[in-house]
Ligand binder design. Structure first.
Ligand SMILES: [Zn+2]
Ligand SMILES: [Zn+2]
Length: 213
């Protein structure tokens, strides 16, 4: 089921999956084009197949939807790794040997003061109909610039070698002493000498905080 990431309607598929056109989706789309394009080229040079890809995303914003659609990497398959870094950085890695390409959005390239002022107003729900329309038009225009623009105008990228975490792990499940639900052992906490799931541990901690006030 190898698919060509450069076929024309890939952007359309991203938009359909994501539900709207926005600069964030365009960032993810372009990052995939760059990263996967480079990786394919490297594979061709080496005479190896692309094989299974692992995507490492350093944010959980709109662009990740494009990554999922175009690479097929998802949480469920364990080949989409989320690092909560708040950065527009996407890395595409061969599972087989950790060879990858890291793609980062350049800082400040999407800066547009009037558009950001409009965004603040619209997000706060105080924009007029005209301002909302202008904001949406601006979002589309920005997305179009990214999708159609020169990759190097917006992104920097380089080859990397990544040590990926091992394959599927054995995750024994233990019962939480507080709610009775099962929890992966490695996520379990101990409270008052009993096994607690993270959910119950959080409740316990907030209760202790209240008691100590
Ligand atoms: Zn979006
Ligand atoms: Zn629990």
């Amino acid at each position: 089921m190898e698919k060509d990431i450069l076929i024309k309607d890939d952007w359309q598929r991203c938009v359909e999956f994501h539900g709207h056109i926005c600069p964030g989706l365009a960032i993810g789309y372009k990052a995939v084009q760059i990263g996967m394009g480079e990786l394919r080229e490297w594979c061709t040079q080496q005479g190896v197949d692309l094989g299974e890809i692992v995507a490492i995303v350093q944010n959980d914003a709109c662009g990740v939807d494009a990554v999922q659609v175009l690479t097929g990497c998802t949480f469920g398959k364990g080949n989409l790794l989320f690092r909560d870094h708040g950065k527009q950085v996407f890395t595409f890695v061969r599972r087989a040997d950790g060879q990858g390409v890291r793609v980062a959005l350049k800082f400040g390239v999407l800066e547009n003061k009037s558009h950001q002022e409009l965004r603040a107003k619209v997000m706060a729900g105080i924009g007029s109909d005209e301002e909302v329309a202008a904001f949406q038009a601006g979002q589309r225009e920005l997305a179009r610039r990214i999708v159609e623009g020169e990759a190097a105008e917006f992104f920097v990228w380089r080859r990397v070698q990544i040590a990926l975490p091992g394959g599927p792990k054995l995750n024994p499940t233990v019962p939480c002493a507080f709610c009775g639900e099962g929890v992966m052992e490695q996520r379990a906490h101990v409270r008052e000498g009993k096994i607690a799931c993270p959910e119950c541990a959080e409740k316990y901690e907030s209760r202790v905080l209240v008691l100590n006030k």
